[in-house]
Design a protein around this ligand. Structure first.
Ligand code: 9Z3
Length: 327
């Protein structure tokens, strides 16, 4: 595409983005989110924490409501395990984490707890007290102490979303707030984001009635926010997105295309069925294949992913710092 064509495409994208945000229902708790973000960033970028790295981990799938008073919605698959486990490894590596997660999906430090029924964990003592049942007591103790430590220390901020509207509005707020951190900010976009949505103004207000034959509905494309995240929202942050495919034959080709198109620093390519076993970290100059060792207990693929990212991000920060001191 020539320069003129690129300019036209950029203008069209700007219009789509503006129309998405203008028509989105306003965030209900916008003041709280904004206040929490402000405090978190102040705390993690001043005093002894002035050169601290902060990562925004997105996790879980976004929904697309079909009615304004929503009874039905389209969902995107993601258990949230990748985001939750990665958050634990980022915190361990000394990062502060903004965990932007889908309500009801996996949470950091909770992977060893039974999700159903959660009440299995507890039992009455002889008095009227409650205690954790033996097989779960270590897991519960660990979850409580690690989680409390991160929250009390101010290194973990959790922000929930459900719809594509909430997700993109909060991501925008996080990205523009992290701009002041320059290269110390990192985006790790593991959330499964809807590709199509029903614009708010063309959405039925009430529950769509059945009984009058097939349902015709027009979904429009969600504007690709990755390029605007890179170019405008947080232009000096290190950005990593994920590419999910079910056909392994096209996976790397698609990941490479996303790397170039959205100017990502890294795209992590994963295939649905093997995503917990192996992934490929695709960058401009190399592909790193990462595989977990099933023979080692607790050896999660996220541990290896985060090790590589910490190294790459450090090099990126050092390069930009050197450039700034030269200029
Ligand atoms: C991923 O590819 C994540 O790794 C998974 C993690 C969702 C597969 P789980 O939450 O699974 O542990 O169960 N996330 C990104 C998926 C996505 O929607 N990517 C878009 C695409 O592939 C780009 S933003 O086109």
């Amino acid at each position: 595409m020539d320069v003129h064509g690129q300019q036209k495409a950029q203008e069209a994208l700007d219009v789509e983005i503006k129309s998405f945000f203008d028509s989105a229902p306003p965030l209900r708790n916008i003041e709280n989110v904004s206040e929490d973000l402000k405090k978190f960033i102040e705390m993690n970028s001043s005093g002894t924490r002035s050169a601290r790295k902060v990562v925004c981990v997105t996790s879980g799938g976004t929904t697309v409501p079909l009615e304004q008073k929503c009874v039905r919605y389209i969902d995107n698959f993601s258990s949230g395990h990748r985001g939750a486990a990665s958050t634990e490894y980022f915190l361990k590596a000394g990062y502060s984490v903004i965990f932007l997660y889908r309500k009801g999906t996996c949470q950091p430090y909770c992977s060893l707890l039974p999700d159903y029924p959660f009440l299995e964990c507890f039992e009455f003592t002889h008095g009227s007290g409650i205690q954790v049942r033996q097989p779960y007591s270590e897991a519960v103790k660990w979850a409580i102490s690690e989680h409390h430590a991160a929250v009390a220390d101010g290194t973990l901020l959790k922000l929930p979303f459900t719809t594509i509207f909430e997700y993109l509005q909060i991501l925008h707020m996080v990205a523009t707030s992290l701009r002041s951190l320059g290269p110390y900010a990192l985006f790790y976009l593991a959330a499964a984001v809807s590709d199509f949505y029903v614009p708010w103004e063309s959405m039925a207000e009430h529950k769509i009635q059945s009984g009058s034959g097939p349902l015709d509905m027009r979904l429009v494309q969600v504007p690709k926010m990755l390029s605007v995240l890179r170019s405008e929202w947080a232009p000096t942050a290190y950005c990593i997105s994920f590419k999910l495919e079910t056909d392994v034959k096209i996976l790397l080709e698609k990941a490479n295309a996303a790397l170039k198109k959205y100017k990502m620093h890294m795209v992590i390519a994963n295939e649905l069925l093997t995503r917990k076993e192996e992934v490929t970290l695709v960058t401009d100059n190399e592909n790193i294949h990462v595989r977990r060792d099933p023979k080692q207990v607790g050896n999660e693929v996220e541990k290896h992913i985060i090790e590589h990212i910490v190294e790459k991000h450090s090099t990126y920060v050092d390069d930009l710092d050197q450039k700034v001191s030269r200029d």
